[in-house]
Design a protein around this ligand. Structure first.
Ligand code: FES
Length: 376
């Protein structure tokens, strides 16, 4: 029953007729051009709030992990006052990479492996060894900091020199996910994928429902169209799917595999899918949450980090078994990556752009936001 219940809530739905007649997909070069990818780095990845991890990864003072954004490595850490911070992984002396281990724990300071300059966990230059000449001021050489904001147990960074405040940019979402209490959820499983496809193909694949009737045909009989789309334009897009109990012969007292995360019955009846431009996908089930973080590696390559979050109480139970949720999304992920890779292979010299249907409302909305940001 659990497998069926999860299968039935996979399908997505759109309200019709929001796509103008004659709408087209992005031209092929947007997915293949190295020059376009470099422009995306400057206009998107170095200029937007990006989720790079979860607060539970850096619970204690000195805990850290590295995040890679294009060619920049960032140290994301917890300082002694409990503040999460992010610094470019660069020594102020000669620009040497400070840290190479992908995660770990700093004991009070960060020390450069070259000439042993030492920094506090707040980024201040503490020691240069007895080297400096008159007039040298350590205060002039703190680590390069980048903006970081914690929200819903997620860590967001922005590499822009003076980014708009996170709370301003994310104003439409700030309380939207409160019923799921994401900050209290814990990691139950993680899978890293490397997909040979442009990051936008993955984003668009998540945003459309057109492919579900063919690509995920096994799930189709369980779909029940919802009339509650959500956030249809701009940087944040959402949609939901009703649980179709009747079609699956589920009793009115049906319960998901784990105790529900949400208290409102309405939220137990649906699954919510949100895309947060440019690299975050958030899927909210009644009893668990799945996140996808996209890390573009090149025009045709993307790392995808998929994480399954559950309540700590469920994880602590001796019989905790997340296999239904993991298998459902693993199968979905791998099938989606496959068609994205096939699309990447097909887009190229001959292909210019394709048409959009009335079911592609969110895909078109993504394209519009992308072109706006790119100044195209
Ligand atoms: S390069 Fe880091 S101390 Fe010299």
């Amino acid at each position: 029953v659990d497998t069926i219940a999860l299968a039935q809530i996979f399908m997505t739905a759109f309200r019709k007729a929001t796509v103008q007649r004659g709408a087209f997909t992005l031209a092929g070069h947007y997915y293949t051009s190295a020059a376009t990818f470099q422009r995306e780095i400057q206009r998107i990845f170095y200029n937007h709030w990006l989720c790079v991890g979860r607060s539970e990864q850096i619970l204690e003072s000195g805990d850290y992990f590295l995040a890679q954004i294009a060619e920049d490595s960032l140290i994301v850490l917890r300082d002694p006052e409990g503040v999460a911070r992010a610094f470019f992984n660069v020594c102020r002396h000669r620009g040497t990479r400070l840290c190479t281990a992908s995660q770990g724990h700093f004991v009070e300071t960060i020390q450069c492996p070259y000439h042993a300059w030492t920094y506090s966990l707040q980024g201040e230059l503490r020691s240069t060894r007895p080297l400096q000449q008159a007039g040298f001021a350590a205060n002039d050489y703190p680590l390069y900091a980048c903006a970081l904001h914690e929200w819903e147990g997620l860590l967001w960074i922005n590499l822009a020199p003076n980014p708009a405040p996170f709370t301003q940019t994310f104003a439409p979402l700030l309380s939207r996910f409160s019923p799921w209490q994401l900050a209290t959820r814990q990691l139950g499983h993680r899978v890293d994928y490397e997909v040979s496809a442009n990051w936008k193909l993955i984003f668009q694949n998540y945003s459309e429902s057109y492919h579900a009737s063919s690509e995920h045909s096994r799930l189709t009989p369980y779909a029940l169209p919802s009339d509650r789309p959500d956030l249809r334009t701009g940087a944040f897009l959402g949609k939901c799917l009703n649980v179709n109990r009747q079609a699956n012969h589920l009793s009115p007292t049906y319960q998901p595999a784990r105790p529900p995360l949400v208290t409102q019955d309405e939220n137990r009846q649906q699954v919510y899918y949100y895309s947060l431009f440019p690299t975050m996908l958030l899927s909210l089930h009644s009893d668990y949450v799945v996140t996808h973080r996209l890390y573009p590696l090149g025009a045709g390559r993307t790392q995808v980090v998929c994480e399954w979050l559950f309540s700590p109480e469920a994880i602590a139970q001796a019989d905790f078994d997340p296999s239904d949720a993991i298998e459902q999304w693993e199968a979905t992920n791998r099938r989606n990556w496959q068609v994205c890779e096939l699309t990447q292979q097909g887009i190229g010299h001959a292909h210019t752009s394709g048409s959009c249907t009335h079911r592609d409302g969110l895909l078109v909305a993504f394209n519009q936001e992308y072109l706006r940001v790119m100044g195209a």
